[in-house]
Ligand binder design. Structure first.
Ligand SMILES: [Mg+2]
Length: 308
């Protein structure tokens, strides 16, 4: 597997996987407070928003997370129950059960295509140029962990099977694959400049729509292109977990999802020790424990798969 060429130890791989999962949940909980606010409104109300305090349009308790985290956890649980194998039907059933449990929030594309799955039994949405929201990309982490060590084509195929249950769109696919491979590279010890050369440059060359070296993007929408631009700006304009998450959520807009995705990448890059204790302590304890438990279980499947 890929670790053979890396000096990173197995226990550090586990810790980085846990940091990615906790980063996803922390970014979600932090960003949800300011979701749909403009950057200007956030400045007026908080100067800088930097504490997990709940509230927001969903009226969350401090530390509570939204669909970004709960969909990933539903997916992760299903993959673990399936001995680490990821197939479309397993994922679709998990998302359907998740929707039946009345989640606190659900995206329009996710709802529409899960209702379609309920009727058709087919775990793949029809191709749509409009389904380029960030709903498939935001929940990709369990797939990245379970497929760690597999070759890139196999990872991409699995990521797409998961994504197409609700989002059958090439831009969503490109973002989801990029994020999964970025997380894997970071967990295996690749540095940010290495990831830039190996992943970011080829992505932007193949899909120029993701060019992010533009004016600072504020108020990103739920379009996965704007999500990616905001997240990449925040990742490359900062050099630590806390700074990155504060940067991205204070842009407003779809801040729970930009926070979740940036938190996942920054957690994988900077590791467990980089996560501020005040955020970790504030996170809903049930969610915190589930993220850690799933990260270890999924990465164990990933490592085992990569060794075959
Ligand atoms: Mg959300």
């Amino acid at each position: 597997m890929k670790t053979s060429s890396s000096s990173i130890q197995a226990d550090e791989i586990m810790r980085r996987a846990a940091a990615a999962y906790l980063g996803l949940a922390i970014g979600d909980a932090l960003g949800a407070t300011v979701e749909f606010m403009t950057a200007q409104e956030i400045r007026a109300q908080y100067v800088v928003h930097r504490d997990i305090k709940g509230g927001g349009w969903l009226r969350l308790k401090p530390g509570q997370v939204t669909d970004d985290t709960t969909m990933a956890l539903a997916l992760g649980e299903a993959i673990i129950a399936n001995q680490g194998r990821v197939d479309a039907m397993t994922c679709a059933r998990a998302f359907d059960a998740w929707m039946r449990a009345k989640p606190i929030d659900i995206g329009n594309t996710v709802r529409r295509n899960l209702l379609r799955y309920r009727q058709s039994g087919v775990p793949c949405a029809p191709p749509s140029e409009h389904d380029a929201g960030n709903g498939a990309a935001m929940r990709v982490l369990p797939v990245a962990l379970a497929t760690l060590g597999q070759d890139e084509d196999a990872v991409a195929k699995t990521v797409i099977a998961q994504a197409h249950i609700t989002h059958n769109n090439p831009v969503s696919d490109a973002a989801s694959i990029f994020l999964a491979l970025f997380v894997q590279d970071a967990i295996l010890g690749m540095t940010l400049p290495q990831i830039y050369r190996q992943r970011v440059l080829p992505l932007v060359a193949a899909q120029p729509v993701f060019s992010y070296r533009i004016k600072r993007l504020e108020n990103p929408s739920g379009w996965v292109v704007e999500t990616m631009r905001a997240v990449l700006q925040a990742i490359f304009d900062t050099d630590g977990f806390e700074e990155c998450l504060v940067d991205v959520v204070n842009r407003g807009g779809d801040a729970d999802t930009t926070g979740a995705i940036a938190g996942m990448l920054a957690g994988a890059l900077y590791g467990l020790a980089s996560i501020p204790p005040r955020w970790l302590e504030r996170l809903d304890p049930t969610i915190r424990e589930a993220c850690k438990r799933q990260a270890y279980a999924l990465i164990a499947h990933g490592i085992a798969a990569g060794e075959h």
